[in-house]
Design a protein around this ligand. Structure first.
Ligand SMILES: [Zn+2]
Length: 428
């Protein structure tokens, strides 16, 4: 079961080389299982027992159910669709001495740059074209080995293994051809099924072509690009599909732009989730007080990957809270509230884990390390409901090829399902 689930995840990741593909692929799965697509520009006429989803910017998605009985509140599980990568700039082609063509790219998020060298890369995202009175998106996935960022030979930099500071403008430009420039737009256009002249704008990114792999003495590990955060987004989706709740509205929410701070129209800091919940209330003819009562009975879990103890650097993890691959889901704490978990919301999640027999580990940063952040506190600042941060333990976060534990994915799917179908209320 665990292995099959991981294979399914790796397949999903392979088909989702950009945030736009994550949203589009989830939309397709939801439509196939009877969810109705809603456009933010249309009037919404929601019905009891109905199942719906909507997208913003084609890169953030929110799916929800309307309970059969009188609604008590929301069960919101939030994750993110984007991963660190390189974004292709306008006018990207750069010719060098008539022998090389490279693309001009800039960093999207905080990746480990060294992991992008010497491996086949390709290009994915979207292009925008005019169709009558509309500007519409067309997905792009070139889906073949197209580019590569070559390392400099050790003979040309003998100090390469002593630590090297990569320059994002000079070291990271992917090579895409050997002759003269003029090919790249044609390649992107062909993938989108449009002509190069039709392209008005684009949001295109590099991606690693290395396929996902399940490995280890007992096949206990798996590695792939974009595990952060497609693994949690996928697990949330799975739990959501397998659950029902006749008192709570279940909300599966996947935000774009977490890797660059969430402050966008479709990010966790936007009104996307708040607008969605308000529109559900308006469509169900609830008044303001009823809305606030429902919110007070709601709960949000933010699911974004967490750090396992590193086998070669065990001292980088906290002294008394140790998280490991295949040790179960991770509850993440931070005193400065980079993670929104507190004693009360942790108790809520631990109760769910206990009910379903899910292993739960605890993560803290070392007290002398700042650590990362995620979308939980940002989103609960917009929609003020009790919230906890959880994640799957992983190694090499923000590498172009990350590693996780096979057993943990199943635990996360189980937790998502338990949460969505739970009637538990937090009084604190
Ligand atoms: Zn993340």
């Amino acid at each position: 079961m665990s292995i099959e689930l991981v294979k399914e995840l790796l397949n999903f990741i392979e088909k989702s080389p950009s945030c736009f593909h994550v949203a589009a692929n989830m939309a397709e799965i939801l439509e196939k299982s009877g969810f109705q697509r809603l456009n933010e520009r249309d009037a919404w006429n929601l019905k009891a027992g109905g199942k719906y989803f909507t997208l913003r910017n084609g890169s953030s998605l929110a799916a929800f159910t309307v309970p059969q009985k009188e609604m008590e509140g929301f069960r919101i599980l939030a994750s993110h669709s984007d991963s660190p990568t390189f974004r292709i700039k306008e006018n990207p082609e750069m010719e060098l001495e008539k022998h090389f063509v490279r693309l001009n790219v800039e960093k999207y998020g905080g990746m480990l740059m060294g992991t992008w060298f010497d491996r086949p890369l390709s290009v994915a995202g979207r292009v925008l074209v005019q169709e009558g009175e509309h500007i519409v998106s067309r997905l792009v996935d070139v889906d073949r080995d197209l580019a590569l960022i070559p390392s400099l030979a050790i003979h040309m930099n003998r100090k390469a293994n002593d630590g090297y500071a990569y320059n994002a403008q000079t070291d990271m430009m992917p090579l895409i051809g050997g002759g003269e420039k003029g090919r790249w737009k044609e390649i992107a256009a062909k993938s989108a099924g449009v002509s190069p002249e039709q392209i008005l704008g684009f949001d295109l990114f590099l991606y690693n072509r290395m396929k996902g792999s399940i490995w280890g003495a007992d096949r206990e590990f798996y590695s792939s690009s974009r595990l952060d955060d497609q693994a949690c987004a996928f697990a949330s989706m799975k739990g959501f599909q397998n659950s029902s709740n006749d008192r709570f509205s279940m909300v599966h929410c996947v935000f774009d732009n977490e890797e660059v701070g969430s402050q966008t129209r479709q990010g966790a800091a936007s009104t996307f989730l708040k607008d969605l919940l308000e529109r559900i209330m308006i469509s169900l003819h609830m008044n303001g007080e009823e809305y606030y009562r429902k919110l007070a009975s709601s709960f949000m879990i933010s699911a974004d990957n967490a750090h396992s103890v590193h086998p070669n650097q065990p001292d980088k993890s906290d002294v008394s809270n140790r998280t490991y691959l295949n040790g179960g889901i991770v509850l993440k704490y931070s005193a400065n509230q980079k993670y929104c978990t507190d004693g009360a919301t942790a108790s809520f999640v631990k109760t769910l884990c206990r009910q379903a027999g899910i292993n739960c580990q605890v993560f803290f940063n070392r007290s002398d390390m700042a650590g990362g952040s995620t979308l939980g506190n940002i989103s609960s600042g917009q929609v003020s409901v009790p919230a906890a941060d959880i994640g799957l333990p992983q190694l090499a976060m923000h590498s172009s090829y990350e590693t996780a534990g096979v057993k943990d994915l199943e635990e996360m799917v189980k937790l998502a399902g338990t949460f969505f179908s739970s009637d538990l209320i937090m009084e604190a």
